[in-house]
Design a protein around this ligand. Structure first.
Ligand SMILES: Nc1ncnc2c1ncn2[C@@H]1O[C@H](COP(=O)(O)OP(=O)(O)OP(=O)(O)O)[C@@H](O)[C@H]1O
Ligand SMILES: [Mg+2]
Length: 508
């Protein structure tokens, strides 16, 4: 039996490794993003890179793919050959491909162009051969076992399809090692299963995959080994067989987490939000929903159940065909999200690829953007008020930053997600709608976010928590509504049921 505390040096079928990393360090100004990291990747294995937001996962990938240079003293070997003077195009030629956290596709170009363009640029052809490009793109999608309209503009595709385009683009250039930086963060369970099948197929074809994910169940399911980083340092590489989520969490954070369900308060207060018969044809139908001040209501269901569509209506972003929405007993007439904001409703959207952050602007400005009114004294922005507010939220959400004046683009993905949350929490809404708030957020910070949610509820905020991760709604909501095909079909009280019943109902 394998002792899960013993880091494993190699997968079972030892042979020469594909990638060898020794003493890799990388510093950005005052931030030591990577600190003496050493590990190996073997051909055809699926290795997971795990660790909290900002621990250096994306930086490591950028270093191995030639975007960043490691500090002197670091050794990188590919197939036993030194690869110290690497750049991105050399890395690609060697067979190292990356699917970035933000996908890095060209939205205005077609699927075929996105998949095959770069490869065709590399060829000696003087002009781009569109037929050849289409043929190659079709061949690669076929190898993946998926069909996407080759002529469609990428901007018109769902996030799942964009993800597949990015995978296809990586594969077209005979990849031997593919890094996937949080490929499933924006995917539903069903779409994730499809991607995982593709990862397995690649692995069978001898391609090594290094996979980053904050969903620990997925990590343990998909990968044979997991490499853990903490604060830029290498913790160890462990076989996933025999590993538990709790143990992995402890390796990543150095802490233990205990989860308990909420004890629902006796509901005496009148509902704050009251929804009756809300219908938007083709999306949801006959929705009745009450949320009292201080109550956390979970909304779960499968992709396409209509959860996000309902949330968008509650936030004034798309209109219901029938039914009514009231706040504090007063019927709302919503023509835009301004009306919703005025009524005290805030919405943290699930769309993490357009987080609603202004990338080149500072962390501080992005945090206060929604509350500028409150900070304006005598029409001037008070720097001291701004600083207090920003420091407060950065501290409460434990956002890992250098300076608050740094551009928000310098933050790791999960830390950007926390800034989005801070931005809306700072508006101090009466009703907070959280749509998949922890996508891309590490396990420690998830706990932190839900502590805050629970505190806000205790102070009287009403919260609608939308998530397709059953444990998330089970452990953090007073009531869990199950939405299917546009209707609320069941209500569960976590304190009175067990988690498996909800899982089974949703995924039956
Ligand atoms: N170009 C950069 N300039 C300045 N700091 C950077 C830059 N890139 C990364 N960092 C910092 O390096 C650290 C590691 O960031 P990295 O993006 O590698 O984290 P990560 O493990 O990928 O996190 P996440 O799970 O949130 O995506 C963070 O503190 C980040 O702010
Ligand atoms: Mg990252």
């Amino acid at each position: 039996m394998t002792d899960e505390r013993t880091p494993s040096q190699a997968p079972a079928d030892e042979g020469p490794c594909l990638l060898r990393l020794e003493h890799i360090s990388k510093r950005f100004g005052g931030v030591q993003a990577l600190d003496d990291v050493s590990f190996n990747v073997w051909p055809g294995e699926v290795l997971c890179l795990a660790g909290e937001n900002g621990c250096g996962k994306s930086t490591l990938i950028k270093t191995v793919s030639g975007v960043h240079k490691p500090e002197p003293g670091g050794v990188m070997e590919w197939d036993g050959q030194d690869m110290s003077d690497l750049d991105p195009s050399k890395a690609r030629e060697m067979g190292i491909q990356v699917i970035w956290q933000d996908l890095a596709l060209f939205p205005e170009m077609s699927v075929a162009e996105n998949i095959a363009f770069e490869r065709n640029l590399g060829s000696r052809l003087k002009f781009v051969n569109h037929d050849a490009m289409r043929r190659e793109a079709a061949r690669i999608l076929d190898r993946l076992g998926v069909s996407i309209d080759l002529e469609a503009k990428v901007s018109s595709l769902s996030i799942a399809s964009r993800q597949l385009v990015a995978v296809a683009r990586a594969l077209i250039a005979d990849a031997r090692l593919v890094f996937m930086d949080e490929p499933t963060a924006s995917l539903s369970r069903h779409e994730t299963e499809a991607l995982v099948a593709i990862v397995r197929r690649l692995s069978e074809q001898g391609v090594a995959v290094v996979f980053v994910s904050h969903r620990l169940a997925e990590v343990l399911d998909v990968c044979s080994r997991v490499t853990v980083l903490r604060d830029g340092k290498y913790v160890g590489t462990y076989p996933t067989a025999g590993m538990t989520q709790a143990r992995l969490t402890e390796l990543m954070t150095g802490r233990n987490f205990d989860y308990e369900v909420r004890v629902p308060q006796a509901q005496t207060a009148k509902p704050l939000l009251s929804v009756r018969g809300l219908t938007r044809r083709g999306e949801y139908e006959g929705i009745d929903l009450d949320i009292a001040p201080g109550e956390v209501v979970g909304l779960t269901g499968r992709l396409g159940a209509g959860r996000t569509e309902l949330a968008l209506t509650l936030f004034g972003l798309n209109h219901a065909d029938a039914g009514e929405i009231s706040m504090d007993g007063e019927r709302l007439r919503m023509t835009s999200n301004r009306d919703a904001i005025r009524a005290g409703i805030a919405y943290v959207s699930e769309d993490r690829l357009s987080l609603g952050l202004i990338q080149p602007q500072s962390i501080a400005d992005n945090t206060v953007i929604s509350v500028l009114d409150r900070l304006l004294s005598n029409r001037l922005l008070s720097p001291s008020k701004k600083k207090t507010l920003v420091d407060d939220w950065i501290g409460r959400l434990r956002v890992k930053i250098g300076e608050t004046t740094d551009p928000v683009s310098s933050l790791s993905g999960g830390n950007q997600q926390r800034i989005v949350l801070a931005k809306w929490l700072a508006t101090n809404p009466k009703l907070l709608i959280l749509d998949s708030p922890t996508v891309g957020v590490d396990v420690g910070a998830r706990a932190g976010i839900f502590e805050i949610v629970s505190d806000l509820a205790a102070k009287g905020m009403a919260i609608l928590l939308i998530s397709d991760e059953t444990p998330e709604v089970y452990f953090n909501a007073d009531r869990v509504l199950h939405m299917r095909d546009g209707r609320i079909v069941e209500t569960f009280v976590p304190a009175e049921t067990n988690i498996d019943r909800i899982e089974e109902a949703v995924h039956a």
